[in-house]
Design a protein around this ligand. Sequence first.
Ligand SMILES: *Cc1c(COP(=O)(O)O)cnc(C)c1O
Length: 471
Amino acid sequence: MNSSQQSLLRKLPGVDHVLELWKKSQIAEDIPRVVLVRSIQSALEQLRKRILAEDKALDEAMFSEGQLLHLTQLAVDKAMSYNLKRVVNATGVVIHTNLGRSLLPESVARHVAEITNRYSNLEFDLEKGQRGSRYSCIEGILCEISGAEAAIVVNNNAGAVFLSLETLANGKEVIVSRGELVEIGGSFRIPDVMARSSAKLVEVGTTNRTHLPDYERAIGAETGLLLKAHTSNYKIIGFTAEVSLRELVELAARYRLPVMEDLGSGNFIDLSKYGLMKEPTVQETVSAGVDVVTFSGDKMLGGPQAGIILGKKDIIERIKKNPINRALRIDKMTLSALEATLHLYRDESLAISTIPTLRMLTMPVKEILSKARRLRNRLRKMGNNRMEVVLTKSSSRVGGGALPLQELSTRCVGIRIKGMSANGIEAIMRKTTPPIIGRIENDLFVMDMRTVQDEEIDIISSIFKKILAEE
Ligand SMILES: *Cc1c(COP(=O)(O)O)cnc(C)c1O
């Protein structure tokens, strides 16, 4: 350490000194003392590190009252803001697991707020005046929409699959096609879940082709269940064959075995009417005679995180009584959000227009283009000659491990700023308030307008205005 470093370190004020400055300035009134002290410590620690690193830009002026208050204020702002915050999803991935999957419809968010800051009849039967079932509020509507006999909801679909396997196949063999041994993100793999639920996996067929006799040959005294898993995030194409759910149900009936399907995403509306690829709906799966079907609440359904289990009455009863069910149980936030979301499904056009996930998935290119033009015009009006704003054509993705081959034609607003790389712009946008998460395409920072909400056009423009002003 040289002498100027030593002298700077000696002059670095102590925590108490800065605390006094804050008290005098009277801006600290509503900041909790622990936060203030920690922020001051962190500001002083930054200065200390810069001295030790021989930061040439650092001199005694940095210890001025104004600078010390400024540095502390930055640390206070950081400490006082929530870590979980809203972001603008300009990635074009509609069901973006990293960005919170589905947005709740307005009416749903209102209902959640109404239920969660008040008491409710969560487990109270208002008719009888006694303890009621937590699931009674959604079982009826789930059965109404899907045609299933009974329903239960748990924390997420991974939990739903686990609980169903643990109940139905505990210790017994479960037959699955080799083409369906799916791994979805976050270490959820069918074979591993199976092992943990103490079911014994029996693989049949090959990766690309599995036939009905493959299943039949594998059935024996130890068989407990036939399982079909939706290959959500991959497709086997070319020379392929799979056994339909209906055929599997017929086979299982002959041997008095149950059939379960993990639908993964699961939707109540056939979106092929709106130009998307055909996927089996929950209603079709139920009417094929499946004993149990599981799917997520926050993928194509567009509701809260949840794992929905539908099926035959006796089987759902057994699942409800499984003690593990208690460990996977959902709270009133999920229940209120799910019930309100399901209500929207009683009217298909209402569902498509009010559930953000469905609205974004079925949004006509014309509408996306008009949003893109509005943002482009706003940004061009700023008249910054270092910034170039263009419209580009691209593809959005469904996300959530659903419809991996689906191309969704879209329009983006691309940004180029002189003297800055696309990666540089991307990094800056990630740190604004709120952060704007875009993507990089052909060396251009692009914002896919399919997933940018109408009111976010204003937010994005004012953020660019601020950034360009600071430059
Ligand atoms: C997404 C998915 C799951 C897990 O669902 P979560 O709700 O994320 O727990 C399980 N199986 C399949 C086939 C999936 O696509």
